[in-house]
Every structure is written in C-alpha cells, then in structure tokens.
Write a protein that binds this ligand. Sequence first.
Ligand code: B16
Ligand code: MG
Length: 217
Amino acid sequence: EIKACLFDLDGVLVDTAKYHYIAWKELADSLGFTFTEQDNERLKGVSRTASLNILLEIGGLLLDEEEKTRLAEQKNNRYVQYIAKMDSSEILPGALEFLRECREQGLKIALGSASKNAMTILNNTGLTPYFDAIIDGTHTSAAKPDPEVFLLGAQALGTAPGQCVVFEDAEAGIEAAIRAGMASIGIGSPQTLSAANLVVPSLAQMNVSLLRESFAT
Ligand code: B16
Ligand code: MG
C-alpha cells in the first residue's frame, strides 16, 4: 500500500531546466563554444559538478579543479539570479492540484531533489507548505542514480521504502527509485522513462485514484 509520495523538483513540479540551460549556455558562450538545448538534455537530474564535467567535455576543455570550482560558481550565480524572480505561475500543470489531493487523502509528501537551490525555488513558488520533509542537494553526498536522496526522504517521513512512490522526469532518478526499493512514476516520455512502473506526460494526468489503482496489491 502506498503511504508517501516523493517528488523530484526540476521537471516534475517546476520547469527550472530552462534557467539551468540559459545559465550553462552563458558559461559555454564565455568559454567560446556552442551549447545547444539538445546538449542540455544530458544535464537534467545530474548534479552541478557532473553537469559542468559534461559541459566541458562538449566544449573539449580540460581544466583543473580550481578552475572548475570557479566556473561552477559563475554558473550558479547566474542561475540564482533567474530563480530569484520565480513565482507560483511557474509551477507545472497539475502539480499543485495533485499535491493538494495527496494531502487531503492522507498521503505523506517529501521532496527528493539534487538541487542545492531547492529551498529558494520552493519558497518563491509557494510550494514549501505542502512538504512533510525536504531532502535536497545540501543533504546528500551521492547523486542520483544513487538512492540516497529518496532513502533519506522515506526515513524523514518514517515510511518504509516499499510504501513510497517516486515521481521523476530523469532516467537517473527512476533508477535511484528502483535502487531504493520504491515504486516510480515517470513524468515525460515513455521512451526515456521505460524503467518506471507507469509514465504520464505530466502531473495533470495524475490523481490519487490512479495512484492507488496502479499499485494495488
Ligand atoms: P543546482 P532535480 C536537478 O534538479 C536538475 O535537474 C539538474 O539539472 C541540476 O544540475 C541539479 O538539480 C543541481 O542543481 O545547481 O541548483 O544545485 O531534477 O533533482 O530537482
Ligand atoms: Mg528532475
């Protein structure tokens, strides 16, 4: 029986991928190479450090750790400027309605995000009060597909992994859910998220009855 829902942030509840993209693109521009929207797909759900490594690989640049730290900081400063202007209009379709329904139906709710900026985003969009537990990139030591972020979420809620369902838009996030021993629902395309128990285009297609039907034992 499902007792808790664990949500990824970027790509599930809000579309911050566009701001990550602009900030990474600005960095690539300043380093003198092109970074496309297609390239950006590879960074979704991936930590900041790992994202920078992919970006530098695309640009064919080999840099030392000190320089990398500086560039990651430069990108993040730009990103923080963009998310500072976010408000509730940037919550993805169906997300608020589903979070409300989960609460009404007595399901517990946790965040499981790789982002170190999750609190800013949740506060600016007004989503913070919906969560019983918030686990983000400031609490974790291993990135998805490591299950750490979701296991910490279940622990904070006091719910067994077998009673949790994870909502994720990234392949690495679905893998993390599986490794945590949790059910998973992919948000996006069935091709990339085929490992999930169920895939829906967005949370607008999700409701608690469908959730219960999908995982009825
Ligand atoms: P930050 P999620 C992830 O968020 C993003 O999808 C990914 O593109 C980003 O690099 C990562 O957070 C780290 O974010 O630089 O803000 O710490 O999908 O796990 O909510
Ligand atoms: Mg995501």
